[in-house]
Ligand binder design. Structure first.
Ligand SMILES: Nc1ncnc2c1ncn2[C@@H]1O[C@H](COP(=O)(O)OP(=O)(O)OP(=O)(O)O)[C@@H](O)[C@H]1O
Ligand SMILES: O=P(O)(O)OC[C@H]1O[C@](O)(CO)[C@@H](O)[C@@H]1O
Length: 320
């Protein structure tokens, strides 16, 4: 019986557990033997490879994070450790590996498959939504909902105290989380690396709005800019409003997965396994225009993701 393994790598996301559940169910339904690799690439190097059973995934669909854990691995960057990882897979007779992770994880896997005969299928899973070739990465919807709840809560206190709040979101170098959160949270300012901004324009607008009765502001600032403290000071000094900063940090990575992320987990995993069965050897499952396709890892891992134009245009309206 052919054996397929799965691992999680890079930042964990809500929806990974739903993906693991589907993986165990669907591989077995298709006549394969499922394996878990614990602790991401670190566990692959250290041979933490274990036969997966249904009892491992029963009841986990509601939980964020990943029951098989994840890691960032310095060692995996070195060929000698990747060769050890390949030996481990061979020792279990595993011929295919599914990786839930971000573009870094896919870069690592591209090296591993070039150094072996292992087949690979990647499932985009990062709250940053920064993987080229796919509109959606697993976990983004849950992260956006967590940010939405935080903005709604901050609005209550901001309006009660007539304060400005700077809310810093994750996303690494990508402004997607910040932009979508700003738009759907109805905030007054959005700063992301993809859109140049001019604080004088914001100042003109805010002063006018204050004259008309506005008594609080909420700004969403992407972590990539490293400007949250500067914007807080700007509110105090230039706008003359008492200000506070909220760094959402890792809260954005956890929590009960949304319906959309549970469903996307099922669909991504089904497509990954179907692809391996159909003979895909080195592809990433991509979601675009409501459907799934398999793109070669080379097309994905080394390309830069860009936020779609219509969203960027909406983001450009903030400053006006
Ligand atoms: N160029 C590379 N060569 C070999 N391995 C790599 C390379 N880039 C990344 N990796 C491996 O992939 C792991 C995960 O990468 P990274 O930390 O960039 O997260 P990611 O997969 O991009 O996920 P996230 O977007 O959630 O941070 C790294 O810790 C490293 O082990
Ligand atoms: O969990 P760590 O290693 O602190 O990494 C944080 C980074 O990981 C992410 O959560 C996912 O890539 C980024 O948004 C953030 O910059």
């Amino acid at each position: 019986m052919q054996k397929i393994a799965i691992l999680c790598s890079g930042g964990d996301v809500s929806g990974m557990n739903a993906a693991l559940k589907r993986f165990v169910e669907y591989t077995q339904a298709k006549g394969f033997m499922p394996y878990f690799i614990y602790d991401g690439f670190e566990g692959l190097i250290d041979n933490k490879i274990v036969r997966a059973k249904y009892s491992d995934v029963a009841g986990i669909i509601t939980r964020g994070g990943t029951v098989i854990r994840s890691s960032r691995s310095e060692r995996f960057m070195e060929k000698s450790y990747r060769l050890r990882a390949i030996d481990n897979l061979h020792s279990h007779d595993i011929s295919s590996v599914i990786v839930l992770g971000g573009d870094g994880s896919f870069k690592g896997m591209q090296k591993l498959i070039q150094e072996s005969n292992i087949c690979f299928s990647g499932i985009p899973a990062t709250i940053d939504n920064d993987i080229a070739g796919t509109e959606y990465c697993l976990g983004v919807d849950t992260a956006l909902n967590i940010i939405k709840n935080a903005i709604d809560a901050v609005r209550d206190t901001a309006s009660s105290f007539s304060r400005a709040f700077v809310i810093e979101t994750m996303g690494r170098e990508c402004g997607y989380l910040a932009l979508v959160s700003a738009l759907t949270g109805g905030v007054e300012m959005c700063l992301i690396p993809e859109i140049p901004y001019n604080l004088d324009n914001y100042k003109k607008r805010f002063m006018k709005e204050m004259k008309e009765g506005r008594s609080y502001f909420i700004a969403v600032v992407s972590e990539a800019l490293k400007k949250s403290d500067m914007i807080l000071e700007w509110f105090e000094k230039e706008i003359g409003m008492e200000s506070r900063k909220v760094v959402l940090g890792h809260t954005q990575r956890g929590g009960n997965p949304t319906v959309n992320d549970r469903l996307m987990a099922y669909r991504f995993v089904t497509s990954a396994i179907d692809g391996l069965i159909a003979g895909e050897r080195s592809s990433v499952v991509c979601y675009n225009d409501g459907g799934f396709s398999h793109k070669d890892i080379g097309e994905i891992a080394f390309e830069k993701y860009t936020i779609c134009t219509d969203l960027l245009k909406l983001g450009m309206e903030y400053e006006k």
